[in-house]
Design a protein around this ligand. Structure first.
Ligand SMILES: Nc1ncnc2c1ncn2[C@@H]1O[C@H](COP(=O)(O)OP(=O)(O)O)[C@@H](O)[C@H]1O
Ligand SMILES: [Mg+2]
Length: 383
């Protein structure tokens, strides 16, 4: 059973008379203990998606529709058949499914507060700059533990904070330092330690390496992987950087303009990419193996998400655009079927999927996408 199952999630922001369609019909699922990546250019809805899961959207943001099923939040017991059940299964204040999963979108403020930190911890974008300058770093972790686990004593919390600090590669004595005495990489590690304070099942890390130099980035990614192995925590990692994803993810979803364009096992998405946007995004990032390759950027800029029109969100920048692309945003097709020239909608989020009407012409798209001239043509003229 999955840890997290997001179903047709739509998130909007009110902007005067109009709405920003920041996340639009996104479905995916994260298993226990796996690393799931969300990648895409700035403004495609990654942070909105991450924050919406635990009700941390800005005041003008809201979940318009969809479900966020999570395996947790209520104490679990086994019924006579050995199936996992949640304690309050008959309590209709908790939207609990037969298999014990809870829909987080239906929880009230108090219920979701219980979920945050204990079940799902979020490391927000730029969190390392948000460490409190007037408290010792260790004390900030202690406070986090005490706030969420009132039964824990200060001594126990203090020992756990030092242990966590050590696990993320900082000498435990440094717990008595203030944030300004830490380097950028150390601050980011401290923030990760803080997020792990209550041993969550899911850690959401929004751009955890973005402000750091490449060497430090690598170390942070290694720390995350080590924590994951030790605590079996699932990680939902958000980044605009394909290279970061290639290093740590088990599964990867590529987002564009509030939509999921492609998703599946990381190796398949990055090696056997099946969507023009993924192909373009890959062209624009250096990879370790191909250092000499010329980087090709995707011309144009991401769409405005204020009342987006019908049609594929990527159509205005896509070199493979055809008439059908303007009809409606494409559904997610099954890539395995597409490799055999068949266009069949994917019936589960677990398989390699791609939202592209030309998914059955994969070979041509992959070959053409490698050529610089493909991306140089003025795509608007083909409309
Ligand atoms: N509070 C807000 N009000 C209106 N629009 C917003 C707000 N926050 C984000 N947006 C818009 O929502 C879209 C998605 O933003 P975001 O989730 O931050 O993307 P990403 O994390 O991928 O860069 C962008 O178009 C952004 O301008
Ligand atoms: Mg963001």
């Amino acid at each position: 059973m999955s840890l997290l199952e997001v179903n047709e999630l739509c998130v909007r922001y009110d902007a005067g008379e109009k709405q920003v369609h920041a996340v639009d019909g996104v479905s995916f699922s994260v298993d226990h203990g796996e690393t799931y990546g969300l990648v895409g250019e700035s403004g495609c809805g990654k942070t909105t998606l991450a924050k919406s899961l635990i009700h941390l959207l800005d005041a003008n943001g809201y979940v318009e529709s969809g479900e966020v099923w999570f395996d947790g939040t209520l104490p679990q017991w086994e019924d006579e058949n050995g199936n996992a059940r949640r304690e309050i299964i008959d309590d209709d204040r908790y939207p609990v499914r037969e298999d014990g999963m809870t829909d987080l979108t239906k929880l009230d403020d108090q219920q979701i507060r219980d979920v945050r930190w204990r079940d799902i911890a979020l490391i927000p974008q730029s969190a390392m700059n948000a460490l409190n300058p007037v408290y010792k770093v260790g004390d900030q972790i202690v406070e986090a533990i005490l706030r969420h686990e009132p039964a824990t004593t200060r001594e126990e919390a203090d020992a756990r904070a030092r242990d966590l600090i050590e696990r993320v590669g900082i000498e435990p004595e440094r717990a008595d330092d203030y944030a300004h005495q830490f380097s950028g990489g150390m601050k980011q590690r401290a923030v990760i330690a803080m997020a792990m304070a209550c041993n969550p099942d899911l850690l959401i890390a929004d751009e955890p390496t973005t402000a750091l130099d490449v060497i430090i980035q690598d170390r942070i990614l290694e720390e995350l992987e080590a924590l994951q192995e030790e605590f079996n925590v699932a990680i939902l990692v958000v980044s605009h950087d394909v290279s970061v994803m290639a290093e740590i993810c088990d599964k990867l979803a590529v987002m564009y303009g509030g939509k999921m364009m492609e998703s599946g096992p990381m190796g398949e998405v990055l090696t056997d990419s099946a969507n023009p946007y993924t192909l373009g995004l890959k062209n624009s990032f250096p990879t370790v193996e191909e250092e000499q390759r010329k980087l090709i950027s995707i011309p144009g800029s991401p769409p405005t998400l204020l009342d987006p029109g019908a049609g594929c969100r990527f159509s205005a920048r896509c070199p493979f655009v055809v008439d059908e692309c303007h009809s409606a945003h494409p559904p997610m097709y099954d890539v395995e079927q597409a490799e055999m020239g068949k266009r069949t909608e994917a019936n589960t989020p677990h398989v390699h999927r791609s939202a592209c009407y030309r998914v059955d012409e994969l070979e041509t798209m992959r070959t053409e996408a490698q050529k610089e001239e493909t991306w140089q043509q003025n795509t608007t003229q083909t409309h």
